[in-house]
Write a protein that binds this ligand. Structure first.
Ligand SMILES: *Cc1c(COP(=O)(O)O)cnc(C)c1O
Length: 401
């Protein structure tokens, strides 16, 4: 039985996680339990269930059924330090609900200025209307971060690498500062997933993911999650129930299916992204490649220290491009679709204006060349990397036609 005590590797965990026999029966995957009403054996049974509130207790559809429980349980098992996981109908819903779980009117929130734009929009929009003030901080400036705290600061929102611009933050150092000031640390860990970065082991209290990306992995579902230790898990769960969040069992089954192959997909797309990043760096048309997995990137040392994996997402800017030339470039791509989201099996390209990747702190970030401004983000999928590079090559050659 000594085998049971040996910690299992992440690949083995991805295969085994959440597969309880009482939820799956004799088959490998939990069936899709479509359910609103749950039937009780007796009035005494109904009363007894009322007292408990945990996954595994049949109650009513809004608290899920075995398909959703199996997914939440699997995500908890692969998230070191987590007591439980709450599911949400999208990543954006997870972000808003996690913030609402820890903040109240009069509080101040600090937000990393390179965070996903809809997260900043939630902070400066609905949270403001509910009496919460938000201050953005430069994720690379620790002194300014510390100086931004006041007595009302109750929570800090991190995202690393930052959306679009990919700066890696020193999360252990920043989360330690937040803790000293009595603030809750939340992080959007969609980029790395727990396979690449374990936030709860690096000082964060709550970790949020858009499952739409790597976990789903096939561009056909929307979902989000938040995981935490015992203290914050209860609050997350209660807040989600009060907000009425529930995910469909069909989507939960798809997400579970995606989760089983997430490790090999991420390994493959990471490899492809590093190759593409190196190739782009060698091109005279390109000013700046943002890919922390690549040696030489400004965030590479921190990434190597804290991360155990990456993903297929990277960004770059053109040296002397025009908006029209950049549009020609993405239009000329054959293997890269133009669209939002990422983490699917297919490659995608999305243009962004670098100046709009921030709300408050100075542009360009330190270390960037002047003039860097026209950005493109690539999500590298599972195609042959040589084909992707050939496609980028022909599109670059046509952008000034
Ligand atoms: C896509 C994304 C989200 C939002 O997820 P949805 O499932 O699309 O609502 C949150 N954070 C990051 C970093 C994302 O890329």
């Amino acid at each position: 039985m000594s085998q049971d005590n040996k910690p299992k590797g992440s690949a083995t965990k991805l295969v085994e996680a959440g597969r309880k026999e009482e939820w799956t029966g004799a088959v490998v995957n939990p069936p899709v339990w479509r359910a609103s009403t749950h039937l009780y054996a007796s009035e005494a049974d109904r009363k007894d269930t009322l007292k408990r509130n945990q996954d595994g207790d049949f109650y009513y559809g809004r608290r899920g059924a075995p398909t959703q429980w199996a997914l939440a349980e699997a995500l908890t098992e692969i998230e070191p330090g987590a007591e439980g996981t709450v599911l949400y109908p999208s990543g954006a819903a997870a972000i808003t609900a996690a913030l609402m779980a820890v903040l109240r009117p009069g509080d101040t929130l600090l937000i990393s200025d390179n965070a996903y734009e809809p997260t900043r929009s939630t902070a400066f929009g609905i949270l403001k209307r509910w009496g919460i003030e938000t201050r953005a901080f430069d994720p690379l400036d620790h002194a300014a971060f510390e100086a931004a705290f006041c007595e009302k600061t109750k929570a800090v929102w991190f995202e690393s690498p930052g959306s679009l611009t990919m700066e890696v933050s020193d999360i252990p150092a920043l989360a330690a500062i937040a803790r000293e000031h009595g603030a809750v640390s939340l992080i959007d860990n969609t980029w790395a997933s727990p396979l690449g970065f374990q936030p709860l082991m690096h000082g964060c209290d709550i970790t949020v993911m858009s499952l739409t990306k790597h976990v789903g992995g096939h561009s056909d579902l929307m979902m989000g999650s938040a995981s935490a230790g015992a203290k914050y898990y209860k609050r997350l769960r209660q807040t989600a129930q009060q907000l009425g969040h529930v995910v469909s069992p069909d989507d939960a089954a798809l997400a579970l299916r995606g989760l089983r192959t997430m490790g090999v997909r991420l390994e493959r797309s990471t490899q492809g992204a590093v190759e593409v990043a190196k190739w782009l760096s060698s091109r005279s048309e390109i000013a700046h490649v943002m890919c922390p997995m690549m040696a030489g990137d400004a965030g590479h040392d921190l990434w190597s220290r804290d991360f155990t994996g990456g993903c297929g997402l990277l960004s770059f800017t053109f040296k002397a491009g025009t908006i029209e030339a950049r549009a020609k470039f993405v239009d000329a791509l054959d293997l890269f679709g133009i669209g939002y989201s990422w983490g699917g099996f297919e490659s995608l390209a999305l243009v962004f204006d670098a100046e709009t990747t921030r709300s408050a702190t100075p542009w360009p970030p330190s270390g960037w060349q002047a003039g860097d401004g026209l950005g493109v983000r690539l999500s590298i999928g599972l195609e042959d990397t040589a084909d992707l590079i050939a496609d980028l090559d022909q599109a670059l050659s046509r952008m000034n036609d």
